[in-house]
Design a protein around this ligand. Structure first.
Ligand SMILES: [Zn+2]
Length: 397
């Protein structure tokens, strides 16, 4: 195992990565010790949720609460009414359970010497989709995905760009990080999920995530596919998987090509728009995009190949939770030529991390070309997890 057992000075890297961490605003707001505790971990950058989806989060060290329940997507800063009109049906919601906690968290972290990026979730939204179902992805069977706004729609693109710009406008920031800036689909990490009875292979998951709303139907036509025919073929490909008579689901090549062109063009348009909106607001801030090397991946880290990622934004953020060849390959694919590449590393054992491998895994990601590492995440972590993060940062600095 590369780098395994590496001591504090023995990780063998030629470069030192920037070290950062994700936290929720409620991890810091109201806890006078939180910012210094984060700084003491050895991280110099915090990604603080500015607009975030529903979550049930433990806050083990907070003096005033131990669990925060966000029952829907919300923003943690005061909305600027001038940016959102009554005609905007997808107007964000302010978080009643952690009222305007972003600003105080940013101030406390900056005071502790930690710079802050606004961590902003775009197309994945729990709440707006229930209120405005026509704005969501609708699959080939006609089922709505209320957690997934359909980015082919103008109202969704406008919502995402406006939200990104408003997050960027908050005081005290050093950067903006856009998650779910692309297609969202069937996969949805949800507390009460009962959807694993039939395990869908990636090919089927993509087809099950294709949207057939009016905007998508227009876009399929523009890409050269007849939407009614496509929808029938998607169902014909998925039906045997659900019936247990096939392991895989594929479209004819011509349709696959049209779907890929359509999905790529729309996701690119969203990213250009969101990144431009941030830069128009704050030209000085770097804009990072959560990315997956598979161009058609959907989810929190949607498909965004290396060349496009570096052309569109200041850096990709890659999900590299625990040791895997795929994660190292992804980092290598995006790295090189002085490019900035951020790798997110799982650091909470209860959420699947391996604290005993944390230092070595971070070193290997750095050797593969990651210029920056982010721990996920100190707010949720146990005392043992925090100690593992401290050891890793001591070895990596
Ligand atoms: Zn759609």
């Amino acid at each position: 195992m590369n780098g395994a057992g590496a001591g504090a000075k023995g990780v063998g890297m030629t470069r030192r990565p920037q070290l950062g961490a994700y936290v929720y605003p409620w991890d810091v707001d109201g806890d006078p010790a939180a910012a210094d505790r984060l700084a003491a971990l050895g991280v110099r950058r915090a990604c603080v949720a500015a607009a975030y989806h529903a979550v049930r989060a433990l806050t083990p060290r907070h003096p005033h609460h131990k669990v925060v329940t966000a029952d829907r997507s919300a923003v943690y800063f005061p909305l600027d009414p001038a940016r959102w009109s009554s005609a905007d049906r997808l107007r964000p919601v302010e978080a009643a359970w952690s009222w305007h906690s972003f600003g105080p968290a940013v101030t406390a972290l900056n005071d502790a010497g930690v710079e802050v990026y606004a961590w902003t979730i775009l197309a994945h939204n729990d709440g707006l989709g229930l209120r405005e179902p026509e704005a969501t992805v609708v699959n080939a069977y006609g089922d709505r995905y209320p957690w997934a706004l359909c980015i082919a729609q103008e109202q969704v693109q406008r919502h995402c760009a406006t939200l990104a710009a408003e997050a960027a406008s908050q005081p005290g920031l050093a950067g903006v990080e856009l998650e779910s800036c692309g297609w969202y689909g069937f996969d949805h990490l949800h507390a009460h999920d009962k959807s694993a009875g039939v395990l869908l292979p990636p090919s089927a998951k993509l087809l099950f995530s294709l949207c057939f709303c009016p905007a998508c139907q227009d876009a399929y036509r523009e890409a050269g596919a007849d939407p009614a025919r496509l929808r029938a073929d998607v169902r014909a490909a998925l039906d045997p998987v659900f019936a247990g008579t096939a392991d895989d689901a594929h479209l004819p090549d011509e349709q696959s090509g049209a779907v890929a062109r359509m999905r790529t063009a729309i996701a690119t348009r969203l990213r250009e728009r969101a990144v431009s909106a941030v830069r128009a607001e704050r030209p000085d801030l770097p804009v990072l995009l959560h990315a997956h090397p598979d161009p058609l991946a959907c989810g929190a880290s949607p498909g965004l190949p290396p060349e496009t990622a570096h052309a569109l934004a200041d850096a990709p953020v890659l999900l590299c939770p625990t040791r895997s060849d795929a994660a190292l390959d992804a980092v290598r694919a995006y790295a090189g030529n002085g490019r900035r590449v951020v790798a997110t590393v799982a650091a909470v054992q209860g959420l699947g991390a391996d604290p005993s491998d944390l230092t070595a895994w971070c070193a290997d990601l750095t050797d593969a070309g990651a210029t920056e590492l982010r721990f996920y995440h100190p707010g949720l972590a146990s005392a043992t997890d925090l100690e593992a993060m401290r050891k890793a940062t001591a070895a990596l600095r």
